[in-house]
Write a protein that binds this ligand. Structure first.
Ligand code: NAP
Length: 239
């Protein structure tokens, strides 16, 4: 039985974690922390952080001081932040599992985009999120573009003309990324691959927060067996 402390327990993701864990026979939420509470973890064996990008590093540090593994669902863990975390935590010791997207469909969509990356020279990403999302492009779009760029290291940057024009999006690893912020949308991403005579589009839609449940379960179960800093659900998915 994994006993969890949830930081950000009263937020939307915190409530989802509570609901998912309540249905798991092998996990239990034993401690809940909100913005008005001391940052402590009670009798927990592991910590789940679903707070705010500016709060998350303190939660992760506090979990490290308490020698507890931490599952981070909060956004904002850029490559720089992750490098600093790796330096802080080292290779061994309890894990920090940082999951930018709990949706298994989104993780697989990024994997498929990586597979297609070398076969098309025109590649662009269009992502859409609810109007309340403060940051753009989304972390998922940035991660997808970075994976495409890494896969193309042998063939070079994508062919993206006229990127000096603002409407052509923000380039991430040479891939133009376009962000929509719309009422009525939760999260969506289309990766378009163009070649002479054809276009392949890899589409993912998050229709409701239920999309995160399977990923939360997978991450909670994997956490005790991990060490060091692990990023994303990809390493937890068998081929
Ligand atoms: N990984 C994924 O798949 C995924 C999916 C969706 C969202 N997210 C990310 O998850 C995070 C949370 O999203 P959300 O929609 O749940 O946001 P939310 O509803 O605004 O909840 C955030 C929670 O953080 C808590 N909080 C703020 N400061 C705190 C502090 N100093 N100590 C402890 N708790 C504190 C708040 O507690 P009080 O209520 O007590 O003030 C609030 O309940 C965001 O970064 C979001 O982008 C990730």
């Amino acid at each position: 039985m994994i006993r969890l402390a949830v930081v950000g327990a009263r937020g939307r993701m915190g409530r989802l974690v509570e609901e998912v864990v309540a249905a798991m026979p092998d996990a239990e939420v034993v401690h809940r922390v909100g913005s008005g509470d001391p940052l402590a973890f009670g009798e927990a064996d592991a910590v789940v952080d679903v707070t705010l990008p500016q709060v998350s590093p303190d939660v992760v540090r506090a979990a490290g001081r308490a020698s507890l593994p931490v599952l981070v669902g909060t956004s904002g863990w850029s490559a720089d932040r992750l490098d600093a975390l790796r330096a802080e935590r080292g290779e061994g010791g309890p894990a920090a599992l940082v999951v930018p997207n709990f949706s298994l469909g989104a993780v697989l969509a990024a994997r498929f985009a990586e597979q297609a990356a070398t076969w098309f020279d025109s590649i662009e990403i269009v992502e859409a999120h609810h109007a309340g999302k403060a940051d753009s492009p989304s972390g998922t779009a940035v991660a997808t573009a970075e994976r495409i760029a890494a896969a193309r290291s042998g063939v070079g940057p994508v062919a993206a003309p006229h990127t000096d024009q603002r409407a052509r999006g923000q380039q991430v690893g040479s891939v133009p990324v376009h962000s929509l912020r719309l009422d009525g949308v939760l999260a969506a991403q289309d990766v378009h691959f163009g070649a002479p005579g054809e276009v392949l589009t890899i589409t993912h839609r998050t229709q409701s927060r239920e999309a995160y449940a399977a990923g939360v379960r997978l991450a909670v179960r994997a956490l005790p067996g991990l060490t060091g800093v692990v990023v994303g659900l990809e390493p937890l998915l068998t081929p």
